[in-house]
Design a binder for this molecule. Structure first.
Ligand SMILES: Cc1cc2nc3c(=O)[nH]c(=O)nc-3n(C[C@H](O)[C@H](O)[C@H](O)COP(=O)(O)O)c2cc1C
Length: 238
Protein backbone atom coordinates (compact mmCIF):
# COMPACT_ATOMS: atom_id res chain seq x y z
CA UNK A 1 0.00 0.00 0.00
CA UNK A 2 1.51 3.39 -0.95
CA UNK A 3 2.32 5.90 1.79
CA UNK A 4 -0.55 8.28 1.18
CA UNK A 5 -2.57 7.84 4.35
CA UNK A 6 -2.38 6.31 7.82
CA UNK A 7 -3.38 2.84 6.57
CA UNK A 8 -0.39 2.87 4.23
CA UNK A 9 1.98 3.88 7.03
CA UNK A 10 0.46 1.24 9.29
CA UNK A 11 0.97 -1.50 6.69
CA UNK A 12 4.56 -0.37 6.10
CA UNK A 13 5.24 -0.36 9.85
CA UNK A 14 3.83 -3.86 10.15
CA UNK A 15 6.32 -5.06 7.54
CA UNK A 16 9.28 -3.15 8.92
CA UNK A 17 8.93 -3.97 12.62
CA UNK A 18 9.05 -7.17 14.63
CA UNK A 19 5.54 -8.11 15.66
CA UNK A 20 6.03 -7.31 19.36
CA UNK A 21 7.18 -3.77 18.54
CA UNK A 22 4.42 -3.17 16.00
CA UNK A 23 1.82 -4.39 18.50
CA UNK A 24 3.25 -2.14 21.21
CA UNK A 25 2.48 0.88 19.03
CA UNK A 26 -0.72 -0.42 17.45
CA UNK A 27 -2.33 -2.05 20.48
CA UNK A 28 -4.13 -0.87 23.60
CA UNK A 29 -4.99 -2.12 27.08
CA UNK A 30 -7.83 -4.25 28.45
CA UNK A 31 -9.54 -5.75 25.39
CA UNK A 32 -8.72 -2.50 23.56
CA UNK A 33 -12.17 -1.15 24.42
CA UNK A 34 -10.94 2.43 24.87
CA UNK A 35 -8.78 2.21 21.77
CA UNK A 36 -11.83 1.29 19.69
CA UNK A 37 -13.94 4.00 21.35
CA UNK A 38 -11.20 6.54 20.65
CA UNK A 39 -11.05 5.65 16.97
CA UNK A 40 -14.84 5.66 16.72
CA UNK A 41 -14.93 9.17 18.25
CA UNK A 42 -12.52 10.44 15.61
CA UNK A 43 -14.40 8.63 12.83
CA UNK A 44 -17.65 10.28 13.97
CA UNK A 45 -16.27 13.79 13.43
CA UNK A 46 -17.55 15.54 10.34
CA UNK A 47 -16.23 18.66 8.68
CA UNK A 48 -18.73 21.16 7.38
CA UNK A 49 -17.66 22.30 3.93
CA UNK A 50 -17.86 26.05 3.39
CA UNK A 51 -18.54 26.33 -0.28
CA UNK A 52 -18.23 29.50 -2.38
CA UNK A 53 -16.57 31.46 0.35
CA UNK A 54 -13.38 33.43 0.03
CA UNK A 55 -10.88 31.23 1.84
CA UNK A 56 -7.66 32.76 0.51
CA UNK A 57 -6.81 34.25 3.88
CA UNK A 58 -7.17 31.04 5.87
CA UNK A 59 -4.86 31.04 8.84
CA UNK A 60 -4.73 28.09 11.18
CA UNK A 61 -2.09 29.54 13.45
CA UNK A 62 -3.02 29.49 17.09
CA UNK A 63 -1.37 29.57 20.47
CA UNK A 64 -1.32 27.93 23.86
CA UNK A 65 0.12 29.43 27.04
CA UNK A 66 1.59 32.25 24.97
CA UNK A 67 3.40 29.91 22.59
CA UNK A 68 2.54 30.12 18.91
CA UNK A 69 1.86 27.04 16.81
CA UNK A 70 1.26 26.71 13.05
CA UNK A 71 -1.75 24.42 13.46
CA UNK A 72 -3.97 23.49 16.41
CA UNK A 73 -2.12 20.18 16.64
CA UNK A 74 0.40 18.95 19.18
CA UNK A 75 2.52 15.81 19.08
CA UNK A 76 1.48 13.81 22.11
CA UNK A 77 4.16 11.89 23.97
CA UNK A 78 5.06 8.42 22.74
CA UNK A 79 7.38 6.50 24.99
CA UNK A 80 9.96 4.04 23.76
CA UNK A 81 10.11 5.64 20.31
CA UNK A 82 13.69 4.39 20.24
CA UNK A 83 12.28 0.90 19.76
CA UNK A 84 11.01 1.87 16.34
CA UNK A 85 14.19 3.70 15.36
CA UNK A 86 16.91 4.72 17.75
CA UNK A 87 16.62 8.36 16.61
CA UNK A 88 12.81 8.40 16.76
CA UNK A 89 12.47 11.09 19.41
CA UNK A 90 15.06 13.26 17.75
CA UNK A 91 13.32 12.95 14.38
CA UNK A 92 9.97 13.88 15.94
CA UNK A 93 11.52 16.85 17.73
CA UNK A 94 13.17 18.13 14.55
CA UNK A 95 10.01 17.66 12.45
CA UNK A 96 7.87 19.49 15.03
CA UNK A 97 10.35 22.38 15.20
CA UNK A 98 10.47 22.64 11.41
CA UNK A 99 6.67 22.73 11.12
CA UNK A 100 6.23 25.00 14.16
CA UNK A 101 4.17 22.46 16.09
CA UNK A 102 4.56 21.74 19.77
CA UNK A 103 5.97 18.35 20.61
CA UNK A 104 5.44 16.87 24.05
CA UNK A 105 8.57 14.82 24.65
CA UNK A 106 7.90 11.54 26.43
CA UNK A 107 9.46 10.93 29.81
CA UNK A 108 10.32 7.46 28.46
CA UNK A 109 12.78 8.66 25.85
CA UNK A 110 16.17 7.24 25.02
CA UNK A 111 17.57 10.77 24.66
CA UNK A 112 18.36 13.13 27.48
CA UNK A 113 16.12 16.14 28.05
CA UNK A 114 18.99 18.36 26.95
CA UNK A 115 19.57 16.51 23.68
CA UNK A 116 15.92 16.86 22.66
CA UNK A 117 15.77 20.50 23.76
CA UNK A 118 18.68 21.22 21.46
CA UNK A 119 16.76 19.70 18.52
CA UNK A 120 13.55 21.54 19.46
CA UNK A 121 13.86 24.55 21.79
CA UNK A 122 10.05 25.04 21.98
CA UNK A 123 9.19 21.51 23.11
CA UNK A 124 7.20 20.54 26.20
CA UNK A 125 8.16 17.73 28.53
CA UNK A 126 5.96 14.89 29.77
CA UNK A 127 6.62 13.51 33.21
CA UNK A 128 5.42 10.37 34.93
CA UNK A 129 5.38 11.23 38.66
CA UNK A 130 6.41 7.71 39.59
CA UNK A 131 9.70 8.06 41.36
CA UNK A 132 10.55 9.90 44.56
CA UNK A 133 9.80 13.58 45.04
CA UNK A 134 13.55 14.23 45.07
CA UNK A 135 13.97 12.47 41.75
CA UNK A 136 11.33 14.36 39.85
CA UNK A 137 12.02 17.62 41.68
CA UNK A 138 15.55 17.47 40.28
CA UNK A 139 14.25 16.39 36.88
CA UNK A 140 11.81 19.32 36.70
CA UNK A 141 14.68 21.70 37.45
CA UNK A 142 16.70 20.09 34.65
CA UNK A 143 13.75 20.34 32.26
CA UNK A 144 13.28 24.03 33.10
CA UNK A 145 17.01 24.72 32.74
CA UNK A 146 17.03 23.03 29.33
CA UNK A 147 14.40 25.56 28.18
CA UNK A 148 11.26 23.44 27.89
CA UNK A 149 8.19 25.64 27.62
CA UNK A 150 5.65 23.35 29.26
CA UNK A 151 5.36 20.39 31.61
CA UNK A 152 2.72 17.72 30.99
CA UNK A 153 2.17 15.47 33.96
CA UNK A 154 0.67 12.08 33.14
CA UNK A 155 -1.37 11.11 36.18
CA UNK A 156 -3.64 8.48 34.64
CA UNK A 157 -1.05 5.67 34.64
CA UNK A 158 -0.73 4.82 38.34
CA UNK A 159 0.47 1.31 37.51
CA UNK A 160 1.45 -0.82 34.55
CA UNK A 161 -1.42 -1.11 32.06
CA UNK A 162 -2.66 -4.57 31.07
CA UNK A 163 -1.75 -4.47 27.43
CA UNK A 164 -2.71 -7.92 26.32
CA UNK A 165 -0.87 -8.04 23.00
CA UNK A 166 2.33 -7.10 24.84
CA UNK A 167 1.87 -9.94 27.31
CA UNK A 168 1.12 -12.46 24.53
CA UNK A 169 4.12 -11.30 22.51
CA UNK A 170 6.60 -11.54 25.39
CA UNK A 171 7.09 -7.76 25.25
CA UNK A 172 6.07 -7.21 28.88
CA UNK A 173 7.73 -8.65 30.81
CA UNK A 174 10.42 -8.99 28.12
CA UNK A 175 10.93 -12.61 27.12
CA UNK A 176 13.07 -14.00 24.35
CA UNK A 177 10.64 -16.39 22.73
CA UNK A 178 11.33 -18.45 19.62
CA UNK A 179 9.03 -16.13 17.71
CA UNK A 180 10.82 -12.98 18.94
CA UNK A 181 14.19 -14.45 18.02
CA UNK A 182 12.87 -15.30 14.55
CA UNK A 183 11.36 -11.81 14.21
CA UNK A 184 14.66 -10.16 15.10
CA UNK A 185 16.55 -12.42 12.68
CA UNK A 186 14.14 -11.62 9.85
CA UNK A 187 14.18 -7.84 10.39
CA UNK A 188 17.87 -6.99 9.89
CA UNK A 189 17.21 -3.33 9.14
CA UNK A 190 15.28 -2.88 12.39
CA UNK A 191 18.03 -4.78 14.22
CA UNK A 192 20.60 -2.36 12.81
CA UNK A 193 18.45 0.69 13.62
CA UNK A 194 17.55 -0.36 17.16
CA UNK A 195 19.31 -3.37 18.66
CA UNK A 196 22.78 -2.40 17.51
CA UNK A 197 22.33 1.20 18.68
CA UNK A 198 22.92 1.46 22.40
CA UNK A 199 21.42 4.41 24.22
CA UNK A 200 20.50 4.57 27.88
CA UNK A 201 16.77 4.28 28.62
CA UNK A 202 15.15 7.44 29.97
CA UNK A 203 12.38 5.86 32.01
CA UNK A 204 12.60 4.77 35.60
CA UNK A 205 10.15 2.05 36.66
CA UNK A 206 9.89 2.87 40.38
CA UNK A 207 6.53 4.09 41.60
CA UNK A 208 5.70 6.67 44.26
CA UNK A 209 2.75 8.64 45.56
CA UNK A 210 1.60 11.26 43.07
CA UNK A 211 2.51 14.41 44.97
CA UNK A 212 2.04 17.21 42.48
CA UNK A 213 2.60 20.16 44.82
CA UNK A 214 6.00 20.83 43.26
CA UNK A 215 4.43 21.16 39.85
CA UNK A 216 1.62 23.48 40.79
CA UNK A 217 4.01 26.30 41.47
CA UNK A 218 4.64 28.57 38.52
CA UNK A 219 2.76 28.21 35.27
CA UNK A 220 -0.94 27.54 34.84
CA UNK A 221 -1.93 23.91 35.17
CA UNK A 222 -4.07 22.95 32.17
CA UNK A 223 -6.58 20.11 32.10
CA UNK A 224 -6.14 18.61 35.54
CA UNK A 225 -9.77 17.62 35.65
CA UNK A 226 -10.37 16.32 32.15
CA UNK A 227 -11.61 12.93 33.32
CA UNK A 228 -13.82 14.44 36.04
CA UNK A 229 -15.43 16.80 33.54
CA UNK A 230 -16.25 13.90 31.27
CA UNK A 231 -17.29 11.53 34.02
CA UNK A 232 -21.01 11.98 33.33
CA UNK A 233 -20.38 9.78 30.32
CA UNK A 234 -18.96 7.06 32.53
CA UNK A 235 -21.40 4.55 34.02
CA UNK A 236 -19.09 3.65 36.84
CA UNK A 237 -18.01 7.14 37.86
CA UNK A 238 -18.11 7.69 41.61
C1 LIG B 1 3.07 3.80 21.46
C2 LIG B 1 2.51 4.82 22.44
C3 LIG B 1 3.32 5.31 23.43
C4 LIG B 1 2.83 6.26 24.33
N1 LIG B 1 3.67 6.76 25.28
C5 LIG B 1 3.22 7.71 26.13
C6 LIG B 1 4.13 8.28 27.07
O1 LIG B 1 5.31 7.93 27.14
N2 LIG B 1 3.62 9.20 27.93
C7 LIG B 1 2.32 9.61 27.89
O2 LIG B 1 1.94 10.47 28.69
N3 LIG B 1 1.46 9.13 26.96
C8 LIG B 1 1.88 8.18 26.09
N4 LIG B 1 1.03 7.67 25.14
C9 LIG B 1 -0.34 8.21 25.05
C10 LIG B 1 -0.41 9.24 23.92
O3 LIG B 1 0.40 10.36 24.22
C11 LIG B 1 -1.86 9.73 23.70
O4 LIG B 1 -2.33 10.38 24.83
C12 LIG B 1 -2.80 8.60 23.38
O5 LIG B 1 -2.21 7.74 22.41
C13 LIG B 1 -4.15 9.12 22.84
O6 LIG B 1 -3.96 9.90 21.70
P1 LIG B 1 -4.27 9.34 20.23
O7 LIG B 1 -5.74 9.19 20.14
O8 LIG B 1 -3.73 10.40 19.30
O9 LIG B 1 -3.52 8.03 20.06
C14 LIG B 1 1.48 6.72 24.23
C15 LIG B 1 0.67 6.20 23.20
C16 LIG B 1 1.17 5.27 22.32
C17 LIG B 1 0.26 4.74 21.23
Amino acid sequence: MPLINLSGYRAAARRALPRAVFDYVDGGAEDEVTLRANRASFAALRLIPRIQEDNRALDLRTGISGQEMALPIMLSPTGNSGLIHYQGDLAGARAAAKRKLIMVVSGASNYTVEEIAEANPGAWYQLYPWVSRDFYGALIKRVAAAGYRGLVVTVDVPGPPKRERDIANGFTPPRLTRRNAWDIATHPRWTADVVLQVRSPGANPETAAGDLSLMRRGQTVIGRSVIMKNSTRCRFAA
